[in-house]
Unconditional design. Structure first.
Length: 122
């Protein structure tokens, strides 16, 4: 009999239910403990954020930060020092694969020679 075909006798069902209940109690206890720890911290952060929102100096700081957010978008990495950044990475929004043979990397994957297949349709 496989795992999926095992007989679900009342004893097996009761044991599975007891294991489930124990796990559920652990999850509930962990949840309650985290609520006691995390809720006061989140409430404190909310109070600080509300106070900061009323502060004109903080509002000016946020406005200044927002004004600079468009000066240096994440896609301009390497444009100020192009010689230090590989051209395929400079200014691209996502890293591009590097041709390790171009960098003369001895550990670069070996290129498969053309026409090396034993199949006749190559």
């Amino acid at each position: 009999m496989t795992e999926h075909e095992r007989h679900f006798s009342p004893e097996v069902v009761a044991a599975e239910r007891a294991a489930f209940d124990r796990k559920n109690e652990q999850i509930t206890a962990t949840h309650e403990r985290l609520e006691k720890i995390v809720a006061p911290v989140l409430n404190h952060i909310a109070v600080e954020a509300a106070e900061a929102a009323k502060n004109p100096a903080h509002q000016a700081f946020l406005a200044e930060q927002h004004g600079h957010s468009h000066d240096q978008p994440a896609t301009t990495a390497g444009k100020e020092r192009p010689q230090a950044v590989p051209p395929q990475l400079a200014g691209n929004p996502a890293p591009q694969p590097i041709d390790r043979h171009e960098l003369h990397d001895d550990n670069a994957p070996q290129l498969k020679p053309q026409g090396s297949s034993l199949r006749s349709d190559n």
